[in-house]
Design a protein around this ligand. Structure first.
Ligand code: ADP
Length: 243
């Protein structure tokens, strides 16, 4: 954070960001529900230049069996970046970062899914990042919620996610890769709009208490916009003219 800001204009004198957006403007977001024939539920998302596919399987038997919980179903999440998803080839072996992101996405989804109705089973969420450009955990969490709904998993709400952040001492919505690398703060957030509950909140960088409050406000507003697109994707599949 902050290392390269001196040599890069992240916010010009007209308040326009390095990719032409206004401070409170998200990147272009496209969500498609379904698409994978062999999965129980699936979704594809383009979030700016991020491209992510999610497949959901289950509820199904747990192997190894000792991992099963007799009181409730369990959620398992694997976030994986393809070696070609970033400029320099990524080692295909799971990195510490991928293990961490798998864990935070799982924990962000758990309050949304009602797996107590499916004891001894597992619901598996496989996230494949095909192209990464900053904010993949938020895009992946957003798509995973849609894929779980597409699989017919009972849910209290969907989790919508987006990052707030800070560049040039200004709070922004939806941090891209350059802003993440050279900016002052990145705060990914996941939020269930109907319930009004935050299920993911991380912060890389430094914010004043006022900036922190502003980031939460801007982030929640952004999540509400993402939520509309999630619902639209499901409507398009189930009530539109799509397969
Ligand atoms: P997020 O993708 O949720 O923002 P990070 O902040 O860890 O998570 O990563 C920011 C961005 O850095 C990623 O979206 C991706 O574009 C880039 N990135 C992550 N890992 C690698 C890697 N191994 N090689 C090149 N770029 C990477």
């Amino acid at each position: 954070m902050g290392g390269r800001e001196a040599t890069m204009v992240l916010l010009d004198e007209n308040g326009i960001r390095c990719d032409g957006r206004k401070v409170d403007e998200p990147r272009r977001i496209m969500i498609r529900a379904g698409g994978l024939k062999n999965a129980d539920g699936s979704a594809y998302i383009e979030f700016g230049d991020n491209k992510i596919l999610v497949g959901v399987f289950g509820p199904r038997d747990v192997h190894p069996k000792h991992m099963a919980n007799t009181d409730t179903g369990i959620l398992r999440v694997r976030y994986h970046m393809e070696p070609f998803s970033v400029g320099e080839r990524k080692n295909p072996a799971p990195s510490r970062r991928e293990i961490e992101i798998s864990k935070v996405i799982k924990e962000a989804l758990e309050p949304a899914v009602m797996l107590d109705k499916f004891p001894r089973t597992a619901v598996d969420v496989f996230i494949e990042v095909l192209q990464a450009d900053g904010g993949t955990r938020c895009a992946a969490l957003t798509a995973a919620s849609v894929a779980l709904a597409d699989a017919g998993i009972p849910m209290r709400d969907m989790v919508a996610a987006i990052a707030a952040g800070k560049v040039a001492d200004t709070v922004i919505l939806d941090v891209n890769n350059e802003e993440d690398q050279a900016g002052q703060a990145d705060m990914p957030m996941g939020y269930m709009p109907n319930i009004g509950k935050i299920t993911l909140l991380q912060l890389d960088g430094v914010l004043t208490p006022e900036e922190y409050k502003k980031c939460i406000e801007v982030g929640i507003d952004g999540c509400k916009k993402v939520y509309e697109l999630q619902k639209q994707a499901l409507n398009d599949k189930y009530f539109g003219n799509r397969d």
